[in-house]
Write a protein that binds this ligand. Sequence first.
Ligand SMILES: NC(=O)c1ccc[n+]([C@@H]2O[C@H](COP(=O)([O-])OP(=O)(O)OC[C@H]3O[C@@H](n4cnc5c(N)ncnc54)[C@H](OP(=O)(O)O)[C@@H]3O)[C@@H](O)[C@H]2O)c1
Length: 309
Amino acid sequence: MTEWTIRDIPSQAGRFAIVTGANSGIGYESALALAAVGADVVLAARSPAKGEAAVARIKALTPGAKVAFRRLDLADLGSVRSFAAAIADEHPALDLLVNNAGVMTPQVRQLTRDGFELQFGTNYLGHFALTAHLLPLLRRGDRPRVVHVSSLAARRGRIAFDDLQRTRRYRPFLVYGQSKLANLMFALELQRRSDAGGWGLMSNAAHPGASATALLANVPTRDARTPLSLRFARWFTPFISQSSADGALPTLFAATAPDACGGGYYGPDGFYELKGKVAPAKIVAAARDPTAAARLWDVSQELTRLQFG
Ligand SMILES: NC(=O)c1ccc[n+]([C@@H]2O[C@H](COP(=O)([O-])OP(=O)(O)OC[C@H]3O[C@@H](n4cnc5c(N)ncnc54)[C@H](OP(=O)(O)O)[C@@H]3O)[C@@H](O)[C@H]2O)c1
């Protein structure tokens, strides 16, 4: 694939987009780039102060940008429902949803407001619920896309169907891996369901390799349960990672490139996909298993008490 850069993002004028976790890191860079090419972007974030500050930064960098903050706490299904209802009141259709927000490796097991393990509940179930709520709007969108931000950690993930909330054994990084594998399985399953049901979506996924964001800076480096590669990541960050702007490129490719496709997965092309040019990323066998993905979908509908379609 020839190098795809921020200058290759096609005009998004007239398109309405939502980016979750858009106040910092990959989400902020994605929202900034989308606004710069004309999209009307809602920055969904849990903190009004951080969300409004990000809106102000984008407006300062891109005069005339159509950006607005709306509050969304993915660790609270009530907040997800209220957010989607407010969006539906204001917008007849949605053209792009970027499911980006995430938390990584809290050292102690924590819960969402609804009692789910925090990483699974926020990174995956929150976005599952958000997508279900917004599906009617997406179906009225113009060539609607849903992009799911996964991670290299998905390679280490396992969906523990017998203990999804990890009540028995909490290993922070493996639990993060479960949530990011679930994001990837959801991306592929959503495309299959859309194709079968005629929903008209393009659903794909992206990962930013290793990108210098708050997420990496917050890794508990002294915790023996954190994989060695991540414990030393901070020291090696300048060598193994890329900027958050470069880390956003796979997301932006999935969200806008004419060459991106449904069921695709994009990431950097360098060593172990840590950094580099945008390219198709490796999809591990566990993520390609349609039976497991259908089972995860059913369990997620039960947990969130939501039905798609
Ligand atoms: N950086 C990397 O190397 C890397 C690698 C692989 C995958 N990723 C993925 O990339 C995505 C973005 O992460 P990042 O690296 O850009 O880190 P980041 O700068 O920490 O951004 C994470 C965003 O998610 C938001 N968030 C966390 N919990 C939330 C909640 N309950 N409701 C709504 N928003 C919430 C954060 O809000 P607050 O500011 O309020 O906390 C923040 O805006 C994540 O899905 C992450 O798993 C990152």
